[in-house]
Design a protein around this ligand. Sequence first.
Ligand code: BGC
Length: 408
Amino acid sequence: MAEQKILKFPSGFLWGVSTSAYQIEGGITNDWSEWEKSELRIKNLELRNLNPRDFICGQACDSYNRYEEDLDLVKKLGCGAFRLGVEWARIEPVEGKFNQAEIEHYKEVLRAAKKRDLQVILTLWHWTNPIWLAEQGGWANRKAVDYFIRYVELIVKKLGQDVDFWITLNEPMAHLGFGYLRGNFPPARRGDLIGLIKAYKNLVKAHKLAYKKIQQIQPQSKVSFTSLTDYFEPANKYNPLDWLIVIIARYWHHRKFLNETRSYIDFIAFDYYFHQRLSWLPPFKANFNYYTNDMGWEIYPAGIYCVIKYLTSFKKPIYVMENGIADAADKKRIKFIVDHLKHIHRSISEGADVRGYLYWSLLDNFEWAHGWAPKFGLYTMDRRTFKRTPRPSVALYSEICRNNRILI
Ligand code: BGC
């Protein structure tokens, strides 16, 4: 039998799991819940022979009521960190009117996390907007920035004492791409380039001002936003035109936003899911997709190494805020995690300052435009009873978190 090798991670390496408010809490009314019920959305699903009921978030995982149970699961995993979100629409359901009971609720949630000695990574905005903001044009409206900062100020003052890391925005570029180019996310403005540019500018501004606001109220805070960083490579590495497409894709996909905010982040927080082989010839993508997850997304662990290498140029500590696999049968998850960690380890051994890894996600949850079908969870979640059940890979991930190492 081949001998096993131990790869130890640096001491203090942060192990965790990631979630978001809308995807797990349940009972939220915001622009997403409205979009799910819209005629346009329902028609579109029916045309594809899909059942609209499988695309309604509804009670989600009922984590709003079951947060203690979820935190126990995180603790049981041996994780040191938990990433969760606060839902703007709950806190400010009506413009300018803050709901104290909801703020108290989140206070309790964060205290419960702290009681369990978990580092709290709090996301302030994960793609969803209060309805009143959506009605005013969402992020394409310049006023969204002021509204956001007012909300951020309140959250930092009320909840800041229990937060270790702040994520102002989750993957702003994904929101823009899906919401304004493809149109499969709210505000569903397919091909609205003007709206996209306006929203882009406002999101950059919102992040910078939120950064300043958080630092002003709570100096020494650690603040960033998450960046979806696909690994782009040329379909033909000898073709300069393919390289040109790669450079353009990297720039628009994540580099531009990072460049513009680089003085307003304390660490790099990136999410890694995709590998794209790009070609200058239509359809511009030449992916092989030999080995995929349940959603047909290619599994390409070496890409995380390349992305990290490239992100080291920002000279900031790096955290993998999300990395995960949709794998209902749990046949590929263990290998997926270990393979990605192997590449992260390699980057660290070559000098990259990677300080943490958070698996997406703790539980099966509402997967946005894909509805309830994809299963990213370490735990399954029964949509009727809300019962959480560990998948076999829980044992391995917990082994890794507790021992700060992988065996390969
Ligand atoms: C998002 C998550 C989502 C995950 C898997 C990430 O880009 O932040 O909300 O569930 O991808 O699709």
